[in-house]
Design a protein around this ligand. Structure first.
Ligand code: PLP
Length: 399
């Protein structure tokens, strides 16, 4: 039987302290001990089921972590205060001074800035490559390379990485394959394709209500233990710990993720097909014209579709701004960064979420200033949405 990530989430059975259908929320930063010896053992990480201090671990965070590990198909997971908290801790744990990272050049702006500007301070260098060109990826690997890093579906260009092939390359050169699966939760299960560490920003689809910032690292027990080590664990020492109240609320939202993803995907595919038929430059992995369409199809859990993100190149930043303002005025969505909300969100990444990437590099990677990134919402009547969007496009002269 094939792996169904949503089943894996739903098969978990957690009861609250008083038989509640939700686990009780742990609302303490510190925990008492009946014996001083147990306190010492807990600090050293040897007392199963005991808690010491909530930066180390807390019941609510562990519940959420286990549910996310079930979804990702990994042994365990560590939740973090943000997606960047997950990414930075993972990379700082895996690399030390004079080591090297090979990374896709189309990635989230914050990750790009971290690797381009921040890690060089610690003599960790990064080569940015076309992730879909495997020979270029392999040619960038040096004897000091430790990590191969990419997004499964990239932000904002929606390039699709071939995780199977990259995992073979990683194994051949003894690298850790770290992937950010924020854009394609449930649709793609990178652990089943050979990825070693899977990261999500929980801020986006997984929480889905744009009220929380969070992140997760899904991997082996061994790697997660190393991140939590009190002496040299990057999650423990850099301190991007999630708050327990937030962990409890994200866990509740996670349980409807499969329904939401199906609707996001259904709506995004509908609009992408219509836009393409209208002769617009629509990019969506579910379109046959998308260069990563076959790669996505081969990796996907078909029930969840091709995801909720699509891009549209309307030619210039001026037109993009005009259209986005009109969409917002007609209540077709919000002019806002981020993704995975019930409303459609749109922004021009060149001047917002990817503005950390220098202009000439944006141009080289095909990120034009007329590009609009859409996170398509959960609209009940997507045909009505399309008709209204088309009217706006006519009004600004794109159609
Ligand atoms: C938003 C995002 C991040 C960063 O997550 P935060 O929760 O904002 O720290 C990382 N990767 C991708 C692909 C994202 O979209």
């Amino acid at each position: 039987m094939s792996f169904k990530p949503a089943n894996a989430i739903q098969d978990l059975q957690y009861f609250g302290e008083f038989g509640g259908v939700n686990p009780s929320i742990s609302d303490s930063s510190t925990y008492t001990f009946l014996s001083a010896k147990t306190m010492f053992d807990t600090f050293e990480g040897n007392a199963e089921g005991c808690y010491l201090y909530s930066r180390h671990s807390s019941p609510s965070n562990l519940y959420l972590g286990e549910a996310l590990a079930a979804m990702a198909g990994t042994e365990t997971a560590n939740v973090c205060a943000s997606g960047m908290g997950a990414i930075t801790a993972t990379l700082m744990q895996l690399c030390k001074s004079d080591e090297h990272i090979v990374c896709s050049r189309t990635i989230y702006g914050g990750t790009y800035a971290f690797l381009k500007n921040f890690t060089p301070r610690y003599n960790i260098a990064t080569s940015f490559v076309h992730i879909t060109n495997l020979s270029e990826v392999e040619a960038a690997i040096t004897p000091s390379t430790k990590v191969l890093y990419c997004e499964v579906v990239s932000n904002p260009l929606l390039e699709v990485a071939d995780i199977n092939a990259l995992s073979q390359l990683a194994k051949k050169h003894n690298l850790t394959l770290v992937v950010d699966n924020t854009f394609s939760p449930l649709s793609i299960t990178p652990a089943k394709l050979g990825a070693d560490v899977i990261i999500h920003s929980l801020t986006k689809f997984i929480n889905g209500s744009s009220d929380t910032v969070g992140g997760v690292i899904c991997s082996t027990q061994e790697f997660i233990n190393s991140l939590r080590d009190v002496n040299d664990g990057a999650s423990m020492l850099l301190g991007a710990t999630m708050d327990s109240l937030r962990a409890a609320s994200i866990l509740k939202n996670l349980r409807t993720l499969h329904i939401r993803i199906k609707q996001h995907s259904h709506n995004a595919l509908f609009l992408a097909q219509k836009f393409e038929q209208d002769g617009l430059k629509a990019v969506y992995p579910g379109l046959k014209s998308h260069p990563g369409h076959i790669a996505f199809k081969e990796m996907m859990n078909p029930a969840y579709g091709f995801g909720g993100l699509l891009t549209l190149d309307v030619g210039s930043l001026e037109k993009a701004n005009e259209l986005m303002e009109l969409f917002q005025e007609k209540n077709l969505g919000y002019l806002a960064v981020s993704l995975g909300f019930y409303k459609t969100l749109f922004s021009a990444p060149g001047s917002s979420t990817s503005s950390e990437i220098p202009l000439e590099e944006q141009t080289a990677m095909g990120l034009s200033d007329g590009l609009i990134r859409f996170s398509i919402g959960l609209d009940e009547d997507i045909e009505r949405t399309y008709v209204m969007m088309r009217d706006c496009m006519k009004q600004v002269g794109i159609l």
